[in-house]
Design a protein around this ligand. Structure first.
Ligand code: HEC
Length: 146
């Protein structure tokens, strides 16, 4: 009798563990923290060379360089990335600035549509947005909602 009780206890425990595990597997959508961590890594690999390891942009970014094109602006609150709505930031990153502006505008900001997936682009932007102070973040959320 004791053996039977023990055995059923083992079975119930194993079932509970199995159930808990599979439930956790199924219910693991990408968390925001996970997205931001991925975005930080993708930023370092794809964006930091121009926009700076700390999102500080290129020196003298407000004035066009010798080639007549604008340098890479910062992505922190000193730049104007936060002046753009989500859709615009996504389009610029996916297509490049020249394609978004049109009219023969020339820009050194490449499009990443062939090297990053849409989800990866969203992760990079989520990482960038996560660095903004409350005022800039709130402003950008406001224009994105419009
Ligand atoms: C080869 C250099 C280079 C790389 C790499 C690069 N950028 Fe840029 N980026 C630029 C330049 C230059 C501009 C300014 C373009 C202009 O206004 O003509 C710019 C502008 C932008 C803007 C618009 C900012 C604003 O305030 O108007 C966004 C958003 C942006 N980049 C995102 C990214 C992201 C995200 C990555 C990485 C996935 C990236 N860039 C990688 C050079 C680069």
């Amino acid at each position: 009798m004791r053996k039977l009780v023990l055995l059923s206890l083992v079975i119930v425990t194993a079932a509970a563990v199995w159930f808990w595990r599979s439930a956790n597997d199924e219910m693991a959508p990408p968390t925001e923290a996970g997205q931001i961590a991925l975005g930080r890594q993708l930023y370092a690999e794809n964006c930091a060379s121009c926009h700076g390891a700390n999102l500080e942009g290129q020196p003298g970014w407000k004035m066009p360089g010798p080639n007549g094109r604008l340098p890479a602006p910062p992505h922190d609150e000193s730049g104007h990335t936060w002046h753009h709505a989500d859709e615009q930031l996504f389009a610029i990153t996916k297509l490049g600035t020249a394609a978004v502006v049109g009219n023969g505008y020339e820009s050194d900001m490449p499009g990443f549509g062939s090297s990053l997936t849409d989800d990866e682009i969203r992760a990079v932007l989520l990482y960038i947005k996560g660095t903004w102070p409350e005022r800039e973040a709130a402003y950008q959320q406001g224009i994105s909602r419009r």
